[in-house]
Ligand binder design. Structure first.
Ligand SMILES: [Mg+2]
Length: 422
């Protein structure tokens, strides 16, 4: 059976959801979407960045991810509304429920994006493009916000298509349309072509997606390794990457954090990882669990997302063990683009059974386990901040990172992809 996918993506999700709630539920008369406005956290703490912007704000040159101070400088009259993560989770759920009425399988990719399997629905719903328009209209009239829908024969192309002109549009990008609709675009428009990859491609004379598609796959592998092969496949419309694959039911413990400033050096990044790992491992220990797999996710300043995981020699809940494994992944994964958000996730969580001693680290493990136990004890009696690793003293990173808002744990970050080559 031919595959058919919709990729449904909410337009300026946080801003639209806040605006719709204000008008529809609270009966307000100002639609944030019609004035220069942004959703942003407090200007005092690390959430002080633009999370979403209205169309009129975009016309002032305001960009997602820049600081609220920068945004205010561009537009002194700017309205800054705080994020309401509980509301966003509700809106996201309502959207997924609606989509679930028309698709036999929904793969929610992030809080405001989902892939809908639509194969075999032609007899039921008719022309897939007309039907996508109908769903878009239903979302608009019943939920009060707009979406873009990309229609294609694979997920990657559907996602690409939903990113074409916005808002409130349906676009197709079937395989046969690739030369016309995708190849003329700059190579940076391709997913996971970050700054480092873009620089390398440009020095090789590759400027458009078409240039990349026409390049030699072996050459791409030589310059960009596995990543080079993925993006070459993307450029040719082949969805071979693990990024869009669905995770098996994830029972992992994880945490992510938006960092106060762009992280551009590995030392700071490792501190963020340590801070996140501390929290994740404390939760595992508190629940009497261990994780057999740890992963890192990185979102850069351009909101490009990358993640990878690796299997641990044996399941653990020891902060330092987990931290070391996470750092190894980080070194592999980071392409030097300034980091805005990092996550540490675990999976293959099992009950705290006997640690499989590795001959060489037996002593160390026992020491670390006792240390963690002692620290957990102190924190439970005197509070989380009663003891911290010296590396966090005097810095501006929290020593137990993440857990800032529960929405982040319930879909605010993209799921960790399954990595078949691991
Ligand atoms: Mg969106």
């Amino acid at each position: 059976m031919e595959e058919l996918w919709y990729h449904v993506d909410v337009n300026s999700a946080f801003l639209s959801w806040s605006a719709a709630h204000e008008i529809w539920i609270k009966g307000g008369d100002l639609d944030l979407r019609t004035v220069p406005s942004v959703i942003g956290g407090s200007e005092k703490d690390r959430h002080g960045i633009v999370l979403a912007k209205s169309g009129p704000a975009a016309r002032f040159g305001i960009r997602t991810g820049e600081t609220l101070v920068e945004a205010r400088n561009r537009c002194p009259g700017l309205i800054i509304a705080p994020p309401d993560y509980d509301l966003y989770v509700q809106c996201s759920k309502a959207l997924m429920e609606l989509l679930g009425r028309y698709s036999h399988h929904i793969h929610q990719y992030s809080i405001d994006e989902a892939f809908c399997a639509m194969d075999g629905t032609k007899n039921l719903w008719g022309n897939p493009v007309a039907f996508a328009q109908q769903i878009g209209a239903e979302i608009r009239s019943t939920l009060g916000f707009t979406v873009n829908i990309g229609v294609s024969d694979n997920k990657l192309l559907a996602k690409m298509a939903s990113g074409f002109q916005k808002p409130d549009k349906v676009h197709t990008l079937f395989k046969g349309e690739i030369p016309k609709k995708m190849w003329p675009l700059p190579v940076e428009d391709l997913f996971w072509v970050g700054r480092a990859a873009s620089r390398k491609l440009r020095t090789l004379g590759i400027r458009t997606i078409g240039d990349l598609a026409a390049a030699d796959r072996g050459l791409m592998k030589q310059h960009l390794k596995k990543h080079g092969e993925f993006i070459w496949d993307y450029a040719n419309g082949r969805d071979t990457s693990p990024f869009l694959q669905e995770l098996p039911e994830n029972k992992g413990y994880g945490n992510s954090m938006t960092v106060p400033m762009d992280v551009t050096d590995a030392d700071t990044a490792r501190q963020v990882i340590l801070s996140l790992t501390e929290t994740v491992c404390a939760r595992l220990r508190a629940d009497g669990m261990k994780a057999g797999c740890v992963g890192i996710s990185i979102t850069d300043r351009d909101f490009r997302h990358a993640s990878r995981q690796r299997t641990l020699v044996s399941a653990t809940h020891t902060t330092l063990e987990m931290y070391r494994a996470a750092c190894l992944i980080f070194e592999d994964l980071w392409d030097l683009a300034p980091i805005r958000q990092m996550g540490v996730h675990t999976s293959r969580v099992t009950h705290d059974t006997a640690y499989q001693y590795n001959l060489f680290d037996m002593d160390r493990y026992e020491k670390y386990a006792r240390l963690d136990e002692a620290i957990d004890g102190i924190r439970s009696r005197y509070g989380e901040d009663s003891v911290m690793r010296a590396v966090f003293l005097g810095g501006n990173l929290p020593h137990m990172g993440g857990g800032i808002d529960k929405a982040k744990r319930t879909g605010m970050t993209k799921p960790l992809p399954y990595c078949p080559w691991e």
